[in-house]
Design a protein around this ligand. Structure first.
Ligand SMILES: [Zn+2]
Length: 229
């Protein structure tokens, strides 16, 4: 009997979500089948839902995803660090994937600019393998995706935003070259701004100043920042 899994489908902008079932097939060569443990609602998911950015419909939103490997296809042996992968491992993976050689990825270390790039949470649900977004029971990790095994020290809640929100702010703080003892001003204390404050402290900034025009963010912002110091 064919196994199925559930997906929360985004049928069209501003339309109610629909729970649908799709077949779950075996992982093919260079694929990984993951049982999803957690997915966030990223701000860009909300933008997609509101029709403020193009996104295929019907589809499965959610691209900050973690899960446990259920089945590994032939050819998948290790993660981005070179650690061996096996069924039962808890993993995260890159938000985007592009199969085959790529000048931008292989020469310029810019995989996000590779031709033919696709993204999890940005694909048609009607097409095989159906499960390519976070709001579902399963996700197929397709060839060209970078996989990272998660250490036990990270909770699901801490690990799930790593591949989008945290990765964005790691990139920003690296580009800003924040050094030990510096003063850093972060404008905007949404989730990315809060990550920026914490990462700036972790890089050795002596003083981090957060600015936001929204009073509620100024009040709630002091919690996570003070905990990170
Ligand atoms: Zn995101």
């Amino acid at each position: 009997m064919t196994r199925t899994g559930r997906a929360v489908v985004y049928p069209a902008p501003n339309a109610p979500f629909e729970i649908r079932e799709y077949p779950v097939r075996d992982a093919r060569e260079n694929e990984v089948l993951v049982k999803i443990a957690m997915s966030t609602i990223c701000r860009s998911d909300i933008h997609s839902y509101e029709g403020r950015r193009p996104n295929p419909c019907p589809g499965i939103l959610g691209h900050e995803i973690i899960g446990v490997i259920e089945q590994i296809g032939d050819g998948v042996r290790e993660d981005l660090r070179g650690d061996p992968l096996a069924a039962g491992d808890r993993i995260t993976w890159t938000e985007y994937f592009a199969d085959g050689p790529s000048y931008y990825r292989d020469v310029h270390d810019m995989p996000q600019k590779a031709p033919g790039l696709r993204k999890y949470g940005h694909d048609h649900v009607d097409d095989d393998p159906h499960f390519l977004g976070g709001f579902a029971d399963y996700c197929y990790i397709l060839p060209g995706t970078g996989i990272l095994k998660l250490p036990e020290v990270l909770s699901d809640e801490e690990a799930t935003p790593l591949n989008c929100g945290v990765a964005t702010m790691i990139s920003v703080t690296e580009a800003a070259a924040i050094a030990v003892g510096e003063t850093v001003v972060v404008q905007g204390l949404g989730l990315l701004g809060i990550y920026g404050c914490a990462i700036a402290k972790a890089r050795g900034a002596a003083r981090v100043i957060g600015l936001d025009a929204v009073p509620a963010r100024r009040r709630s912002g002091s919690g996570p920042i003070s905990r990170s110091t």
